[in-house]
Design a protein around this ligand. Structure first.
Ligand code: FAD
Length: 410
């Protein structure tokens, strides 16, 4: 239909069978959509959770099936055509078709781009293509590296963001000798305060991880085609058996760009997840959406679920007015970090000590509470999340006072 409403028999196609694509399809059926839904993914697994890939699954504590959002039968039951191992190569916007690598085409009335992101790669000229260099994005990445955890002794982790830190924690738990390098001044610099960086620095040091901050990679050297040493920016050379790289991601925007859909550090969408083409929507890691005075692209499960569901509503013609409520978590050793809000733009941080090893850091811009990092303190996290979502900003001295019950501030 051309008037913005969508009839119950409209054909909806979703590219990318990850968190956002899955959430959108499930929501479409929950909202009663009767038309066809085709979910196209280039991996050969039913949609699955990624967070355990750098946590329990990497550690060997979880089976592959437990990562699946739903058993494979779910898709048949819900009448969702799941096309796996299928890469969409192009979108023909005038014919409303997507072209798949096997030569087939699928026609849509509404199209959702949920293509996610892919890891930034180490360039080949510094050894990025050597065997023994791994990334942590897909199930296939993990299965390709599990033998190293059994056979190798020394791992180098490149990148001190959450993925690198989680991979370091798992490697250490599995008995490997772990070195983590971070090119900027401190780990988590892009996403957290110096206090949070210090917390995790100490945690990793306690468990024997060698952490080198302000140190980058100059080049990886191979013996034959397999990595065997790393030359670091401080001039030192370290023997390594394998390398895990976690240096950020690129959003998968090429399909959109080549189809002439607006892209700007992500596929540009409005608050209804609609792109510059009114028949095409985007959600999850690949989408750049309005946030405060500007735009933002988030890489988190919470955003992929909520935005995928918002896109489902919008594709059925309901205005969704997506407002992100950012939250995130990370597991390292015996610490569970939970983050509410976004700390971007903070200028002061308050500390609240909890029982045992619980601690939380509260990020403020002036008097405005922006975000909280809560370590081993789920109650503080929940209270903080509610405050942030309600736009409440208790004074920093009050939240730092452990005699104050946070619930009384809600
Ligand atoms: P994805 O899950 O990446 O799915 C996109 C899918 O689209 C992929 O399968 C991709 O292969 C496919 N695709 C791309 N292009 C095409 C094409 N042309 N044709 C067909 N298919 C295509 N978030 C948290 O909140 N907490 C965590 O603790 C956390 N831990 C993480 C740990 C790891 C190791 C990783 C990798 C991510 C983690 N995240 C975490 C982030 C979270 O998993 C992502 O934000 C979320 O998966 C994004 O969902 P998405 O659907 O946008 O993208």
């Amino acid at each position: 239909m051309e008037d913005g409403r969508v009839d119950q028999t409209s054909r909806i196609v979703v590219i990318g069978a990850g968190q956002a694509g899955f959430s959108a399809c499930a929501k479409l059926r929950a909202l009663g959509h009767m038309g066809s839904i085709t979910l196209i993914g280039d991996e050969n697994h039913p949609p699955y959770q990624r967070p355990p890939l750098s946590k329990g699954f990497l550690l060997g504590e979880t089976t592959e099936e437990r990562l699946y959002f739903r058993p494979p039968s779910f898709y048949d039951e819900k009448g969702i055509e799941l096309r796996l191992s299928s890469t969409v190569e192009a979108i023909d916007r005038s014919a409303h078709k997507v072209m798949i690598a096997d030569g087939s085409e699928v026609t849509y009335d509404r199209l959702l781009l949920a293509t996610g992101a892919r890891p930034r790669l180490l360039p080949p000229e510094i050894g990025g293509e050597l065997r023994g260099v791994f990334y942590v994005r897909n199930l296939a990445d993990i299965t390709s590296m599990t033998h190293c955890f059994r056979q190798a002794q020394r791992v180098l982790i490149i990148g001190g963001g959450y993925i690198g830190l989680e991979a370091a924690a798992v490697s250490s738990k599995l008995g490997l000798e772990v070195t983590l390098i971070e090119a900027s001044d401190r780990i988590l610099q892009r996403v957290a305060s110096p206090e949070t960086s210090q917390f995790f620095r100490e945690l990793h040091a306690f468990h024997g991880v060698t952490m080198l901050e302000g140190v980058g990679i100059r080049r990886l050297a191979g013996e034959g085609s397999h990595v065997h040493a790393a030359e670091l920016s401080d001039g030192s050379v370290r023997p390594v058996d394998f390398v895990i790289v976690g240096i950020g991601v690129h959003p998968n925007v090429e399909l959109a760009r080549e189809a002439g859909v607006d892209v700007d550090n992500g596929i540009v969408v409005d608050a209804d997840c609609r792109t510059s083409d009114p028949h095409i929507f985007a959600a999850g890691d690949c989408a750049s959406f309005p946030w405060k005075e500007g735009r933002i692209r988030l890489e988190s499960v919470g955003n992929a679920i909520d935005q995928g569901e918002a896109a489902a509503k919008a594709m059925l013609g309901e205005s969704s007015g997506y407002v992100a409520k950012p939250w995130f978590w990370s597991d390292q050793f015996d610490v569970k970090l939970q983050i509410a809000g976004l700390s971007t733009g903070y200028d002061n941080v308050a500390t609240r000590h909890g029982a045992g090893n619980a601690i939380s850091y509260w990020y403020y811009r002036g008097d405005e509470l922006l975000a909280v990092d809560a370590m081993n303190d789920p109650r503080v996290y929940m209270a903080a999340k509610r405050m942030i979502e309600a736009g409440k900003s208790p004074p920093s001295a009050v939240v730092a006072d452990t005699t104050v019950d946070l619930k009384s501030l809600l």
